[in-house]
Design a protein around this ligand. Structure first.
Ligand SMILES: NC(=O)C1=CN([C@@H]2O[C@H](COP(=O)(O)OP(=O)(O)OC[C@H]3O[C@@H](n4cnc5c(N)ncnc54)[C@H](O)[C@@H]3O)[C@@H](O)[C@H]2O)C=CC1
Ligand SMILES: O=C(O)C(=O)CO
Length: 323
């Protein structure tokens, strides 16, 4: 049995597959594969472990010989899951193990943005640390403020817990369904989407990217937010409209933004958002800790091993394949 892996992954996951008798071929080049290269490399394989590689309909229709595809991510918006289901390939992801690390990144962006930390750091490098002026470089305090969570799932819940623990923030959320345990544990309140926009001092995005959430944060949404609100997105860049966000910040419709995800990625280095004092941008490092990436590789390997044994994979995103 052989698996093709589209990047070099942490040792923990690779070892698990090798110990299970699977031949592991990793793509070692520091560039993504084209769909043609992917088809060529997976032709003689039984499984694919995909790290951020787009898997489109053409590829999936040409790959019905694959017994399983494991993603090295919880998000699967880069995969045509309907096409995979049509050719009966189970798709696996890595839920849960990255929730804390990703929430930490959202928390980091919230705090850094509220104190203009990235911009202040750059100002030292530019030799601009000069005369002390008590009216300059002022941020916004977070204690007791309202955190609005769009998508109170696993990562949203971890972020809410951090904010209650650190800053005694009040939690409101908008989710497809009510999260009653969170309501009890954190005294969180479900609100409509418009109420979330109107009442949040910090609004943090934690839904998947779907046709429903794509472009959800546009000019009309930012227009409803408080003028001192901070917008945080660690989910997917296409959930906010970047041009509308820029305009909302330039026109002081909202106060600041912290982004771990952009659209497109990578963000171009001369993007105007990168030079705004109240904006913090990170290059999609939400889950990037040694512990979390190792745990993700193990979950992906477990999906591969089960799929190659003909068993139901433990973390399946298209359970319909088993019907
Ligand atoms: N920046 C990064 O490195 C990372 C980003 N992510 C992103 O975070 C997303 C969330 O991950 P998890 O918390 O594990 O997922 P989850 O499935 O546990 O939580 C998502 C929540 O959003 C809700 N939701 C979905 N669509 C909605 C809508 N239209 N309106 C209201 N609520 C809606 C769901 O009901 C669910 O409660 C992933 O899909 C991925 O795109 C995940 C990990 C790392
Ligand atoms: O898991 C995901 O969806 C990511 O974005 C990267 O960890």
């Amino acid at each position: 049995m052989k698996v093709f892996v589209t990047r070099v992954i942490p040792e923990e996951g690779r070892k698990l597959m090798i110990d299970a008798g699977i031949e592991v071929e990793e793509w070692k080049e520091k560039r993504g594969l084209s769909q043609e290269e992917l088809i060529a490399h997976t032709r003689d394989c039984d499984a694919l472990l995909s790290v951020s590689t787009r898997l489109d309909k053409d590829f999936l229709e040409a790959s019905s010989h694959l017994k399983v595809i494991a993603l090295h991510s919880v998000g699967y918006d880069h995969v045509d899951v309907t096409a995979a289901t049509a050719v009966k390939i189970p798709i696996g992801n890595t839920p849960g193990v990255l929730s804390a690390a990703t929430a930490d990144t959202a928390f980091l962006l919230m705090l850094a943005t509220s104190r203009k930390a990235f911009y202040m750091h750059k100002s030292i490098i530019k030799g601009e640390w000069g005369f002390f002026d008590p009216t300059e470089n002022l941020g916004i305090e977070l204690r007791g403020k309202t955190l609005g969570v769009f998508g109170l799932g696993k990562i949203g819940l971890e972020m809410a817990k951090c904010c209650v623990g650190a800053f005694d923030m009040k939690i409101i959320y908008h989710n497809r369904s009510r999260n009653e345990p969170a309501e009890k544990e954190l005294n969180a309140h479900w609100v409509s989407f418009d109420e979330l926009l109107e009442q949040s001092d910090v609004l943090t995005v934690h839904t998947a990217l779907t046709p429903e959430t794509e472009g959800k944060f546009d000019w009309f949404a930012f227009e409803k937010m408080k003028p001192h609100a901070i917008f945080i997105n660690t989910a997917r860049g296409a959930i906010h409209k970047e041009g509308d966000l820029l305009k909302a910040l330039q026109e002081q419709q909202i106060w600041g933004a912290g982004l771990d995800v952009t659209n497109p990625e990578p963000m171009r280095p001369d993007h105007p958002l990168l030079n705004m004092p109240n904006v913090s941008v990170l290059p999609h490092i939400g889950s990037a800790t040694e512990e979390t990436r190792a745990a993700m590789s193990v979950l992906a390997a477990r999906n591969i091993i089960a799929g190659l044994k003909g068993e139901r994979i433990p973390f399946v995103v298209n359970p319909e394949v088993y019907k």
